[in-house]
Design a protein around this ligand. Structure first.
Ligand code: FB9
Length: 315
């Protein structure tokens, strides 16, 4: 007739004084639901990045090593045949590193070949006809595009001299000293793909873009002539987005110039097609975000990160 409070825990005191022997313990309820485990949650950007990585892997691409945010102007601009007077190289557009302000590690022979292609041209090019400055090339910056990594990988491929084709991709952070607004921050993730092989042309690039964006669920593409310092011809890529019911810009593309490839040591038959887009734009569209501060930064609602659905880009 008495209600005895049953013990739920075996304590060290009970073991010490032997009271566990006379204590009645509550029976285990093995059907009780366990406490919900709160695991980690992938950020939307990382979910979308994984989708893009899988698409590239399925298409036979190899991921480039992008874990170097600080880059020299040499690899970020000069090897891409981007003139030293180009406005994008100004501090209004690029973050320069105070310390170490310059790099020592530039391959001497490649620097000479890059200097020559800028100053006097070569391989059929007339160059830019200006006095190329080594100290300008040695300035350290936060990379403004992952094309700097593509340049390093292509130089390595040229040095191997195998003439083997290659398909590389990168998805990582890049930095531009730009005016911030609802859809632009000074840091974003660039996605870049490139194919190196003999005698590639715009038709190959268009075909590659159609296959890539088809895997993103976008089958209607349009191409508009554009300009990049390092690709000729270049195209802006537009796609009809079924969900939004309108045409949207989905990236930029082109054929790397001989002035970039020949100084690396490639023979004239080796051609490289490439394209780029951002990670933030598709992520914001996918998750219905209009302000990039709802996606990255200190104002992000972590409950959204924990609750938002998995990402399937082609469904
Ligand atoms: O990502 C962009 N748009 C986009 C991409 C995918 C997408 O997916 C759908 C939902 C499923 C939707 C939209 N853009 C490129 C286009 C615009 O957003 C543009 O206004 C902003 N661009 C950025 C530039 O920012 C300064 C996006 C970013 C961009 C642009 C060009 C490149 C990379 C990123 C490039 C390149 C390139 C060119 C030639 C050779 C190698 C690389």
């Amino acid at each position: 007739l008495t209600i005895e409070k049953l013990a739920t825990d075996l304590t060290w005191e009970m073991i010490l004084d032997g009271s566990w022997q006379s204590t009645t313990f509550k029976a285990y309820n093995l059907n009780a639901m366990g406490r919900p485990t709160t695991g980690g949650h992938l950020h939307p950007l990382l979910k979308v990045r994984e989708e893009f990585r899988q698409i590239f892997f399925e298409m036979g691409f190899t991921e480039m090593p992008t874990n170097q945010y600080v880059e020299s102007s040499f690899w970020n601009f000069d090897t891409l045949f981007q003139a030293q007077q180009h406005p994008a190289r100004d501090s209004h557009d690029t973050f320069f590193i105070k310390s170490p302000a310059t790099t020592k590690a530039i391959p001497a022979d490649f620097m000479e070949a890059t200097k020559a292609i800028h100053e006097t041209g070569g391989f059929g090019s007339i160059g830019y006809k200006y006095e190329w400055q080594e100290e300008e090339a040695r300035k350290n910056i936060l990379r403004t595009h992952t094309t700097a990594v593509s340049s390093r990988m292509l130089y390595k491929l040229a040095k191997e001299g195998s003439g083997k084709p290659a398909k590389y991709f990168s998805i990582d952070r890049v930095y531009r000293n730009e005016t911030l607004d609802a859809t632009h921050l000074a840091e974003f993730h660039q996605i870049e793909g490139l194919v190196a092989d003999y005698d590639l042309n715009l038709g190959h690039l268009i075909g590659m873009l159609k296959e890539f964006f088809r895997r993103l669920g976008m089958t209607q593409l349009r191409f508009k002539p554009a300009y990049n310092p390092y690709t000729e011809p270049s195209m802006e890529v537009f796609a009809f987005h079924e969900g939004l019911g309108k045409w949207i810009e989905v990236g930029n593309s082109g054929v790397f110039r001989p002035e970039m490839l020949r100084p690396m040591g490639f023979d004239e038959r080796m051609t490289v097609i490439a394209w780029g887009l951002s990670l933030e734009r598709p992520t914001m569209i996918k998750y219905g975000l209009s302000n990039i501060r709802d996606l990255v930064g200190h104002k992000v609602d972590l409950a959204v990160v924990q609750s938002n659905p998995i990402c399937r880009l082609d469904k």
